[in-house]
Design a protein around this ligand. Structure first.
Ligand code: MEV
Length: 422
């Protein structure tokens, strides 16, 4: 960027002033300024309260996945995502799952872990013993921080003390287990961890450094299961192909990363639509996938006695409906309403179902026709638009590109030129 990146006082400017400055620095056109400044369904003043140095908004397509039957209840599911085929794939998988009753999802409750790192302890074993013995006092101190959560049945319920060996010697780690109710819980847990730290120092004789939530939320799991009818999914050969795909992911981390990425296509799209912390979900998912020491699929696949395919997804799902963007972003609020959610657990369960559906759809496509056919029509439309096609011409050109199996810019331009001459 011209003129450096220091921008002293940038944070003090209004959104419009920041945009003007940015326009000068980056040589933006009036049109680009207009596009950046458009915050869509998120009023500028709310955006300004959500993060710092706001200049505008970034809009993603919002699609609706259909056919979801989760624990006997019907859901239409909002998904915010830039990738073609994800919404269609989820809808299609959910349709097949319906044949055998849809998705059954259970959860372990909304418990998050807060970690307090204590170093420089002379006798770690003794300190750990003392800390464990003062559990009641530590939990009481934690719970003083959030009487509202406690009054709703949540709060710090238990703690664990562990000694770890590290690059800098042994450390005593206190872990608070906090029932976060309908909140994602980062604020509540971090506040509690900070509040108990002086007590932890006094009891252990050590020095506390980090006081922070863990995103390896293995006490906040969802487990989604569905039976996919073998005829509805395309027959025995496809079932066999999916089992081979699962075995591949189980045996090879390079494949497993993509397998789990497909799951996160669904999970993150619903999360974004509902104003959730997608980074926390990703961190939780991949650390949970590695909990055995090897990186493993978040789903398992097997065949039942009828020859139908049974899929199960188990993963951390740290989501909330209070205290975060879900409560302030108008689009997220509308999406929560579309889902008809009563609790954060319900959102977590729907997201588990969508993750499983997404994995099923990806493996089914990969084990049969491949994923490119589904992708190509939308991709071709993007190519047509990017060479300047508008209106009906976009579809006309896209259809021709797909028919010719030449989904390329140069060919799109040729067709466009031909159509324009006519
Ligand atoms: C693409 O975004 C996701 C897939 O690659 C997932 C998978 O390979 O399982 C299709």
């Amino acid at each position: 960027m011209q003129g450096g990146s220091e921008l002293p006082g940038f944070y003090k400017l209004s959104t419009e002033e920041r945009l003007k400055l940015l326009q000068k620095l980056a040589g933006l056109t009036e049109e680009e300024v207009k596009v950046l400044g458009n915050t869509g369904g998120l009023p500028s003043d709310i955006a300004n309260r959500m993060i710092e140095n706001v200049v505008g908004g970034m809009t993603l397509p919002l699609g609706i996945a259909t056919n979801f039957l989760v624990n006997g209840k019907d859901y239409v599911v909002p998904m915010a995502i830039e990738e073609p085929s994800v919404v269609a794939a989820a809808s299609n998988a959910a349709k097949i799952a319906r044949v055998k009753g849809g998705f059954k999802v259970t959860n372990t409750g909304p418990v998050m872990i807060g970690q307090i790192q204590t170093v420089g302890v002379r006798d770690p074993r003794m300190a750990a013993k003392k800390l464990a013995a003062r559990k009641k006092v530590l939990l009481a101190k934690a719970n003083e921080q959030d009487p509202m959560l406690v009054s709703l049945g949540g709060g710090a319920k238990d703690l664990n003390v562990k000694i770890i060996e590290s690059l800098k010697g042994p450390m005593v780690i206190v872990e608070l287990f906090v029932n976060c109710g309908d909140a994602m819980g980062a604020n509540a847990v971090n506040t509690m961890a900070e509040a108990v730290a002086p007590l932890v120092e006094a009891i252990s004789g050590g020095r506390v450094y980090l006081r922070i939530i863990s995103n390896l939320a293995d006490r906040r799991l969802v487990k989604a299961t569905a039976v996919f009818d073998k005829e509805a999914l395309g027959g025995e050969e496809v079932v066999e192909g999916i089992l081979y795909a699962y075995a591949f992911a189980d045996a090879d981390p390079y494949r497993c990363a993509t397998h789990n990425k497909g799951i996160m296509n669904g999970v993150v799209a619903v999360a974004l639509a509902c104003g959730q912390d997608t980074r926390a979900l990703e961190a939780g998912a991949h650390s949970y996938a590695s909990r055995s020491g090897a990186y493993k699929p978040l789903t398992t696949w097997k065949v039942n006695k009828d020859g139908d395919l049974v899929g199960t997804l188990e993963m951390p799902m740290a989501v909330g409906l209070v205290g975060g963007a879900a409560k302030v972003h108008p689009t997220a609020k509308a999406n929560v309403k579309i889902l008809g959610l009563k609790t954060a657990i319900e959102l977590a369960e729907v997201m588990g179902a969508v993750g499983l559906a997404q994995n099923f759809a990806a493996l089914r496509a990969l084990a049969s026709e491949g994923i490119q056919r589904g992708h190509m029509k939308l991709h071709a439309r993007n190519i047509a638009a990017s060479v300047g096609a508008t209106g009906k011409m976009v579809d006309q050109i896209a259809d021709q590109l797909v028919a010719e199996k030449k989904i390329r810019m140069d060919r799109a331009k040729e067709i466009l030129d031909g159509l324009s001459k006519k």
